[in-house]
Structures are given as structure tokens and as C-alpha cells.
Design a protein. Structure first.
Length: 214
């Protein structure tokens, strides 16, 4: 069986959201300097790299990352290739054959932006109507190949359209080497108590199914 690591590698070179602090891996101890072991500390946003948004991110009384059920982060997933310039629309969503899929990952032209160091404000994001359409179809986890599901000036309405209904968001996934189709997804977040989000290691297991492009 083939596995696809769809996580971004975190370093100071990794693209970050416009308001996020830079990722920093700081040396605390080094054996090369005479210390008894090697030890490091990390400074980062919980929304750095490949990460999960919990409802609490935009819903005042929403569930925090440690309160989400583990089964949400493992199971069948549909990877869809969407030809969109700026928005994934409700028309794009209407063209998807979900066939019971509750985890849907969207591959867009963003896949060419993720490995650039500079944040690109013109990435493909969801419209509010597309988010509402996915909720209506019973989707429980939505993934996108950029740092956010929404443009900077539409963060609140788009996130709330998903998170108000308990939909978990998987952001910053690298689908550049993944063909559209059906996979098994594993994307467990770190259990940060009370947090609005957390980094995760997202992996797809190949099930050898046909492509899905719209």
C-alpha cells in the first residue's frame, strides 16, 4: 500500500499566514557544545503549516481541539481537483459526487503556492455559499491546499459557515503529488488543551480508486 504525506515541513522558510508569527525551532542544549543531550523549543502559531481548526477558532462556545472526537481524523476521504481561479463556489460543490464521503479535500492551483516562502493573498478559497452547501451535504471535515479556507477579508463568515456546524477544517495540506480519488485519511492533531487549533501530520493511504475532478 502507498502512503502520501500531505503535511508541510515546518521551518523558518515555511509559508505562513499574514498575521502569524514566524516558526522558530530554538536550540536549548546541544551535545556538540558539551551538553548531555540535544534539546529544542518551538515557537509558532497553532495555525502554522498543516493544521486543524477547531470550532472554537471562530465560535465562542465551540469545541476546542482536545474536545474533538478522534474518529473525525481518520477514515475515508475524497480528494477533488477543482479548477477555480479565486473561489470554490456552490456550483463546484454541486458537481462533486460525494457518495457518502464525509471528509473532502480540495486540490486547487494553490498546490503551486504552498512551497513559496511568501504568502500569496490571491489563493483559492471557499465562498460562504460553498461552505453552506458542503454542510448541507453532511460533510464533517474539509481540507484545502492553502493556509486558510477563507480570504483575509472573509475569515469570519466562511469559517463560521463551517465551524458553527461542527465541521473540522484541515488547512495547509500539500496535495501537489496526490491524484484525485478516494483515500484513507489520517490527520490527528496535537491535544492542546483549550486550543482553537493544532498542528497535525496529515497522511493519505492509497486505495487505488478513480479520479474526481470538477
Amino acid at each position: 500500500m502507498a502512503f502520501h504525506d500531505i503535511s508541510l515541513k515546518l521551518s523558518s522558510e515555511t509559508v505562513r499566514w499574514v498575521t502569524s508569527p514566524p516558526f522558530e525551532l530554538a536550540e536549548r542544549r546541544r551535545m556538540s557544545k558539551g551538553d548531555p543531550n540535544n534539546s529544542s523549543a518551538v515557537n509558532m502559531s497553532v495555525h502554522s503549516g498543516t493544521h486543524i481548526d477547531a470550532p472554537f477558532h471562530f465560535v465562542a462556545q465551540g469545541a476546542t481541539i482536545d474536545q474533538l472526537p478522534l474518529e473525525r481524523f481518520i477514515g475515508p476521504a475524497l480528494v477533488c481537483a477543482v479548477d477555480a481561479e479565486r473561489y470554490i463556489t456552490k456550483e463546484h460543490v454541486a458537481g462533486i459526487q460525494l457518495d457518502g464521503a464525509t471528509r473532502v479535500l480540495f486540490k486547487t492551483r494553490n498546490s503551486g503556492l504552498l512551497h513559496l516562502r511568501e504568502y500569496d493573498p490571491d489563493f483559492v478559497a471557499f465562498s460562504v455559499e460553498a461552505a453552506e452547501a458542503l454542510v448541507e451535504q453532511g460533510v464533517e471535515l474539509v481540507g484545502l491546499d492553502y493556509l486558510s479556507v477563507a480570504h483575509a477579508d472573509e475569515q469570519v463568515p466562511v469559517h463560521q459557515a463551517f465551524l458553527d456546524h461542527g465541521v473540522v477544517l484541515l488547512e495547509g495540506i500539500d496535495l501537489s503529488g496526490v491524484e484525485p480519488g478516494r483515500y484513507e485519511l489520517m490527520c490527528f492533531p496535537i491535544a492542546l488543551v483549550g486550543s482553537d487549533g493544532a498542528p497535525c501530520r496529515a497522511v493519505l493511504r492509497d486505495l487505488g480508486t478513480s479520479t474526481t475532478s470538477i
